[in-house]
Write a protein that binds this ligand. Sequence first.
Ligand SMILES: [Zn+2]
Length: 1030
Amino acid sequence: MWRSGWRVGDALLGLSGRGASLGAWRCGSTTACERALRYRVGEKIHSFTVSQVTSVPELSLTAVKLNHDGTGAQHLHLAREDRNNLFSVQFRTTPRDSSGTPHILEHTVLCGSRRYPCRDPFFKMLNRSLSTFMNAFTASDYTLYPFSTQNPKDFQNLLSVYLDAAFFPCLRELDFWQEGWRLEHEDPNDPQTPLVFKGVVFNEMKGAFADNERIFSQHVQNHLLPDHTYSVVSGGDPLSIPDLTWEQLRQFHATYYHPSNARFFTYGSFPLEQHLKQIHEEALSKFQRVEPHTAVPAQKPWAEPREFQIACAPDPLAQGSSGQTTVSVSFLLPDITDTFEAFTLNLLSSLLISGPNSPFYKALIESGLGTDFSPDIGYNGCTREAYFSVGLQGIAEKDVQTVRDIVDRTLDDVIENGFEDDRIEALLHKIEIQMKHQSVSFGLALTSYVASCWNHDGDPVELLQLGSQVARFRTCLEENPKFLQEKVKQYFKNNQHKLTLSMKPDDMYSEKQMQLEAEKLKQKVNSLSLEDKQQIYKKGLELQAQQSQPQDASCLPALKVSDIEPRIPFTEVEVALAAGDTPIQYCAQPTNGVVYFRAFSSLNTLPEELRPYVPLFCNVLTKLGCGGLDYRELAQQVELKTGGLAAAPHVLPDDAHLDTYEQGVLFSSFCLDRNLPDMMRLWSDIFNDPCLEEEGHFRVLVKMAAQELSNGVPDAGHLYAAIRAGRTLAPAGDLQETFGGMDQVALMKRVAEETEAGPALRKLQRIQAHVLSCDSLRCSVNATPQQMSRAQDAVESFLQSLSRSKKERKPACPHVVEKSAPEASGGRSGVTRRLVTDPTFRPCQMKTHFLLPFPVNYVAECVRTAPYAAPDHASLKILARLMTAKFLHAEIREKGGAYGGGARLSYGGIFTLYSYRDPRSTETLQSFLRAVDWARSGWFTQQDIDEAKLSVFSAVDAPVAPSDKGLDRFLYGLSDEVKQAHREQLFAVRHEDLVDVSNRYLGAGRSTHGVALLGPDNASIARDPSWIIR
Ligand SMILES: [Zn+2]
């Protein structure tokens, strides 16, 4: 995987905690935090020396810094009462060309190592472990290998595999060809077919650069920091990747993947000693200290601003090509290792650009010149020197200069007038609530938060001390009211290191890219001797043979099915009726002083023709103003009092019947305990008096939403293909396409281009009457036990404020079935869900090709099978995992060269086979067929089945945050008893069950299939009348 850079700003503002379990853990044993506080500076632990021990109470953790005596490797341990322990190792990798060396190396080290020489141990471990996360990332200047797990034995196993992969990889030539790039005959068996470029990273990057936003952000970084490593593409430019040799790759590994250039990170409740011992014994003890010489030099500041223009492909979903230009202005900021300056500039950047009250939103977004901000705006701290960008996309070419003028004027205006105190308070409140809100992947959030700064020898512990940063920030503001204005003057107004980048569509862009690739290929092929060509043919066959060989993974460590917890812990909830008959589910949890409120409102009475507008309704509902508040005042109140208010459409399939589902809108929100009455008052105003008349701001929101949707298609192509392929298989499928498929993208683009906002707004006003009442509402609250009675009062008064329809509305669909939710504690249920069903529904086959000018394809095939509560569901779920790991991965990724592919089963019983960033199209459909034949043949072992079970359970048992406990019961009416029964079915799945379900559901002609493809022109599909082309 490759990321052009992690946004430190996002990580900070997404920062969340899990300190809540402290209470439960403290009694009896000593906590990990307290144990860690006992280390002394200078103390030696397994060849490491402790250099610093710091308590960070705001994140409920203790930080311990150490150095490895022999190699100088750095280690940071964050001890915290969190069972979801994380390890990562990070290397500073600073390439000087765009051949993608660090990225291809990141892939190749995971292909086998000295102790674990089997092919692809990384992917194999996914099936031999209960990991909660395993991945690898290539950033602009470092490569990071993280994993997390809740099981101590698993932690040791994974650590062993990760250490061996990073420090002692095989880096075989065949691995380089498979993962990097190679020349190979189109059909490797037939030397008459033309030679083409193949390789996983080669295709991954072709796919990545199908995304215009990605192209733009990449160029901003390359042009703004032109002196060293930031001027190249660390992930690899598809046209430069074929310049890389195997020898260069091995050299890069020897230079950069050395302990003296490594930073180790451990997080969680497991003891540090064991980690250090293992890291020393299995890796570091085998190395001598070296001087890595990998530091990135400071960028030389410019004497005057610069500007560049680039081209991109036109937006395939837009009506015309006018208004598709992007422009941004970027400023180079100081070194990110100055943590307080970085913190200040990060906050300053939020004040400048976030929300409708920020100066750049008012000046740029509301100018109506464009559709949305330019990509990657705001503070970017993933390079040694940070930078700030701001601009617009979707503008007319002639407006480039206007946008630049607006940027300058806005900065002048801020220097003159500063920010309102309330906005600064709202931002500090946001930091407070996000430190308390607990996510389940806190370790991962922390490692990515400190990675960039630490990579340049900044102090990661200083970065974590957010409490003291906030205090220092407040002092600066008190001492100097113009503190922020002066920063704007210094870093923006008076900064000559300023880049203006514009990008406009070129109708020939894709053709030109293809032509450049063809030229590169020709140049490579022309330089081949006859002997080279014979070699290529031979090696192609060799690779194919290796990929097809049965694989022995017995050298790898593994957990056993018996290591899986046989029972799930039950979650206590209580249900009470409020304001007459509205059920509220209460779930007491250690939420760390935060209250989570949700409400679900049915859409059963909504007329059919309004359904497509529900996502738009949800998108704008909490952003247009309500009660006496206009949209700016509402945004201010939301930021000041809550962690956010959101609404989203949901299609909830039934657990027992394929043709039955519930439809509705889920409202969700959270706030600090003290702000609950304020938050509920905001909901009350939104429900009773939403402002759905405000045309001006509505148009701004629609344009932004449409732009965001269409920009997201290349990244989520496999999901769009899957939604489409499932559309005609069950009644819920059609609604899923309406709410979240390509139909929705097209509709939003249309609405955004309409000149009149009135007609769309009137539709939303009609939806309001069906959704915003308590006629068919249920609510849930997750909070600490101490807060429950206050929460009850606040929710009760919210419900009492809601209107009730005078006469009962008729459901728009005639077939409604009522279903009582399982009993909660105290023997009361009280929740009745009204599901719709369609007894006349007949599934039908459909094949759709969405013609999109991408350089790669996204393929999906869906099959109608069995829903959650059906006995076959468990077998199909294990089967999906088995087919992914033991067949599709090799077929679609290794042989086919796609970035990814696999099978999965949805809760509602739709079985999906898919590929992602795939150079092939209809051939992949053939692979799906072969996968089914393979499954039916029963050509897999008990070991394979056990591995699939481990992999399924690592998803089933993924940690759940206190905010989300009880959510399955609330939404789906799913009780812990039913989940436990399903768990037992999963354990019980046998070889013959898997063959049986393959035969009964997946074989040709057995169940109804649907197929969809997103991708470029395709001659064989165009000839085939069974396809619908859109
Ligand atoms: Zn990758």
